[in-house]
Design a protein around this ligand. Structure first.
Ligand code: GDP
Length: 462
């Protein structure tokens, strides 16, 4: 995944910086040079990159001037790392909140964009996304321009078990859109997605049609579907569309295959339009919710608890009893190694390992390196290790693996770690690493779930 390459470069620059002995101008310049080069390679606009550099420098200077570092190198490093994190978030943050569909109301979402950008695929992905979250969703195919468009919608909607509407004979897209929306409103659908025609290039006919459909169906939100491969040209395209169809949000597709993804995202953010999702593959589940902070956090290998919780929420919806049980455990902050193992097994069945693994906080970057097969192999090793644990150990919070001193505080590893390493054909350090990852996960989940509970936290994010 190309975006992961950008993430790895940023991450490697930051970890190199964390090892410098003195945080001086030279170290900061070297770090900024690496970060900026990685962003430029990802097609981020040179002005945006230069502004990021200036802002980081100014923030660091201001913080050091106030004496916030207290003369300690660790503190100075934190200041720099935080400034970089904040400015990367700023780079992809349009500062505008998107429309949020609500239940019990017919939310009409109209998708517009050029042909081939992934509009039809994205409409089905969107319907599936909302359906999984309990919204009764459907698609209206108002694309009469492209031969076979209705067949494509019919096939993908049928596969996704989503209701659809369209016509083989009607040639007026405005009439189809109006009929479809009216029908689904009567049938009390919550999310009605209208797929409009695309064109090979921006032309007046397309824009006129968009305006007419928009007048007929009065969308609550118009979404522009943009292909990531255009990189920073996304800014011009999004402005051209904005002048005709006043869209409220953007979905950037094909983020899985393009080196210019970072450019597209930052260009869109510069137009002050919120990106709501990223298309990250051809399958129906390949739609990632986008939010600036979790996106950067995941990019830098710091995990994406929100994204992970969303995924778990999807799975939990398929098994409500399990959902209740897990919600309770999160609420109480009592996640055992067995629960963690189950989560990992579940997420392994949810998509490519690189995508899922990058959401789990505490998984080291090298877990994500290489191909999906290599990633899957590493995750499997983690499962073998937990396979060698006894029931008592699996149901514990990991403290059983520690040798405790007289005061009850851990003083080293217990014999159990050696036994599990032998049983699973791995090394003691592998077992130690797994226990350490488990503890990080348990801590983060506890903080994220807190007293409100994991379920509520996940629902709040919808
Ligand atoms: P439309 O003309 O805009 O409706 O585009 P389609 O939905 O027909 O998509 C065009 C092609 O892009 C199809 O082959 C899709 O499978 C592919 N596609 C759509 N979204 C993505 C994505 O996020 N990643 C990848 N790799 N391919 C995508």
């Amino acid at each position: 995944m190309v975006l992961a390459d950008l993430g790895r470069k940023l991450n490697s620059a930051l970890s190199q910086f964390s090892r410098v002995s003195s945080v001086d101008q030279e170290a900061l310049d070297a770090l900024l040079k690496e970060i900026c080069a990685a962003l430029l390679e990802s097609d981020v606009n040179v002005k945006l990159v230069s502004s990021l550099r200036q802002k980081v420098k100014a923030k660091v200077k201001a913080a050091l001037d106030t004496g916030a570092d207290k003369g300690r190198e660790g503190q100075r490093k934190n200041i720099v790392q935080k400034a970089i994190f904040d400015e990367l978030v700023h780079l992809v943050d349009p500062g505008v909140e998107p429309y949020k569909p609500r239940k019990g109301y017919p939310n009409v979402i109209m998708a517009v964009g050029l042909q081939g950008n992934g509009k039809t695929t994205t409409c089905t992905k969107l319907a599936v996304h909302y359906q999984k979250r309990g919204f009764k969703s459907c698609i209206v195919c108002a694309d009469t321009f492209r031969a076979g468009a209705f067949d494509q919608t019919r096939q993908s909607a049928t596969k996704a078990k989503v209701a659809y509407f369209g016509s083989y004979t009607e040639t007026d897209p405005v009439s189809i859109a109006a009929q479809g929306v009216e029908k689904f409103k009567k049938e009390r659908f919550d999310v009605i997605i209208v797929d409009t025609s695309g064109r090979h290039k921006q032309e007046s006919e397309l824009f006129q049609e968009m305006v007419q459909i928009s007048e007929a169906v009065k969308p609550d939100m118009t979404v522009l579907v943009l292909d990531a491969s255009i990189g920073q040209a996304a800014e011009a395209q999004s402005r051209a569309f904005k002048d005709s169809a006043d869209f409220g949000a953007i979905i950037v597709t094909k983020m899985d295959g393009h080196a210019k993804g970072g450019g597209a995202i930052s260009a869109v953010a510069a137009t002050k339009t919120p990106i709501i999702f990223l298309g990250v593959g051809e399958h129906l589940a390949d739609l990632d919710k986008f939010a600036p902070q979790p996106f950067i956090s995941k990019l830098l290998g710091m995990g994406d608890v929100q994204g992970l919780m969303e995924h778990m929420h999807d799975v939990a919806m398929a098994n409500p009893n399990k959902q209740k049980e897990m919600a309770k455990k999160f609420e109480e902050g009592k996640i055992s190694i067995r629960d963690w193992r189950e989560q990992i097994q579940t997420v392994m069945g949810m998509g490519p390992i690189s995508k899922i693994a990058s959401m789990i906080p505490g998984l080291p970057q090298d877990m994500l390196a290489g191909s999906d097969e290599e990633g899957a192999h590493r995750m499997k090793k983690l499962l073998y290790i937990t396979d060698s644990m006894t029931a008592e150990e699996l149901d514990s919070d990991g403290m059983l693996f520690m040798e405790l001193g007289k005061d009850g505080k851990p003083i080293g590893l217990s014999w159990r770690v050696w036994r599990v390493a032998r049983g699973s054909g791995t090394h003691v350090r592998d077992v130690e690493e797994v226990l350490c990852q488990y503890r990080m996960m348990a801590n983060v989940a506890k903080q994220a779930g807190g007293k409100k509970g994991w379920l509520q936290a996940a629902q709040k994010m919808q």
